[in-house]
Design a protein around this ligand. Sequence first.
Ligand code: SF4
Ligand code: SF4
Length: 274
Amino acid sequence: MINFNQEPDGWITVASPLHLALQRFRVARAILDCDLIISAAKMKTHCDTGVTLSVKNLLGAISPPDRQAAHRTDIHKAIVDVYSYFHKSKRVVSVVDALYALDGRRGPITGTPVKMDLMVSGSDPLAVDAACVAIMGGEARAIPHLALAQQHGLGRLNFAVEGKRLEDVQRNFQMPPLLPTCRSRLVSYALSHVFKKRSYLRFADKCNGCGACALNCPIGAVSLRNGRALIADEMCIGCLVCLESCRQGALDYRMHNDHVFPAARALYRSFDRI
Ligand code: SF4
Ligand code: SF4
């Protein structure tokens, strides 16, 4: 078991076989000696990536500065870049702990715990994550990093379940609003601006001025004023790392034009199935 955040000078630079968003990044040196990687993840919703399961979990294996860089680029592509390194160079298996899962549009730190009494495992992390998304009541093809990973041949979203019947364990999680993956960069760019997410201090009374949001914001858009978080709206790129950093649940996010988002997403998907 490696604690990636406590690797003293133990990072080594590797290259993404795909170069979608991150060409190079540093992984814990100890990983080089491992033939088998077990991605042990919790089942949680995620405000920026829809879900966080065994594929996204591997983003935690890269150095903190590279994780910050990933959030400044296209996070979905960055996740696939990191996963492609593991997929190409290691054997990766997944174990997803869903004894208790996290539900809600503000995951992965703030949300509603749901008692599921499940463990989900398998030898193809993509298929394991697809099964988890189905259990959460969603569709894996609508999760950008999973759809992208399949497009690049890093596994399959098809799965066969042993142990329990899917219908018996499925729930209807409240999924965060997510932009679809687009083949066209221009359409992606336009959609990301029309439906941009912006974080804000929703529950000021919960903010204890710990500064974790300011420390982790990849572009320095958060400062502390009078012991509370202050977000510079004009700088914010909507990566929602600050939400992930806030253990007090003081932050929330708004999506531009959210009243037309469901209709726009349905329209988009009827033209360009992902
Ligand atoms: S992380 Fe949360 S509690 Fe800490 S300063 Fe930011 S908003 Fe306040
Ligand atoms: S304020 Fe929050 S959402 Fe905006 S750039 Fe910083 S971390 Fe990302």
